[in-house]
Design a protein around this ligand. Sequence first.
Ligand code: FES
Length: 104
Amino acid sequence: MEYIRISRTDFKTGEKRKIILPNGRELVVFYLGVDRFFVFDNKCPHLGCDLSKYGVIIKEELVCQCHFSHFSIYSGEPKKGASKKPIKVYRVQVTKDEVVISLI
Ligand code: FES
């Protein structure tokens, strides 16, 4: 499976949502409004906190509130805080009705 497609029509600005793939992998989708969707692995690379609960996006950084690791929302690189490892960022294409997430 290289892509998954989810409906975009029911996302509200500021919403975040966990998605569980058939292989058990968990992603988290953040919708910042105006077609801006960001998708990451749902587990923080520091100690595995659930980012659908503890993750927030502040300006251009994803922040895990468990121990306040900050990651670039574009590259996933750690910017400050506990994690020295990056988080995976998934490429996203937004169509009229769908968000297409590349799993590669
Ligand atoms: S588990 Fe996310 S910062 Fe520690």
